[in-house]
Design a protein around this ligand. Sequence first.
Ligand code: ADP
Ligand code: MG
Length: 238
Amino acid sequence: MGQIQLKQVTKSFGSTEVIPPLDLTIEDGEFTVFVGPSGCGKSTLLRLIAGLEDITTGHIEIDGQDATSVVPAKRGLAMVFQSYALYPHMSVRKNIAFPLRMAKLDQAAIDQKVEAAAAVLNLTDYLDRRPGQLSGGQRQRVAIGRAIVREPSAFLFDEPLSNLDAALRVGMRLEISELHERLKTTMVYVTHDQVEAMTMADKIVVLQAGVIEQVGTPLELYRTPRNIFVAGFIGSPK
Ligand code: ADP
Ligand code: MG
């Protein structure tokens, strides 16, 4: 399960309201992309869902349960950052295993889950290397592996590919889409890249200054953009 609902959620930093009241339902299993220009509130929204920021007013429900004041570790969600946030002194195996060690699983269960994740991500041959001995794409896979072993009800990605060069980005885009096909777990993916949004999303949420301008499938946004902003941003004919 992995339905996420935002109900009249707002966020202010000091006296600045960056998210005016916002309602959104992300269905279980859906690949939802938040897209919009830099500073429009994509990361803030993702961090509110993750619980890394407190919402100012409103509610967040996960699978129908109020999660507004549930701590991040108990929300059952896994966040993947653009900076990878890997531990440089630990092997790939230990990096991926880290959340499982925190959860005090026994060693056999840890090994089994780490190896399964490594197989899915083509990292089997790299388990004994350190992050510094990996390419950018491999590092990003390790970060995803660390999320997979937690078996979250949803993955939250914040611009995970923005540190990769263009060619690698296309490959990783496909890998993440394939991972979604395989796991069928809810994914919420933040990007400022329209092409990423159009090629990866089941549903796109177009944001401008903290406001949802439109929610729809890539085809819906392309064919019937609700306004000039959406049309301009998505690159459709209107
Ligand atoms: P995006 O991810 O779409 O680029 P952000 O969610 O990072 O946008 O930021 C949205 C707005 O909130 C921006 O105006 C940003 O300056 C502001 N903001 C984000 N985090 C903080 C913070 N911790 N303190 C103050 N302002 C913040
Ligand atoms: Mg951001």
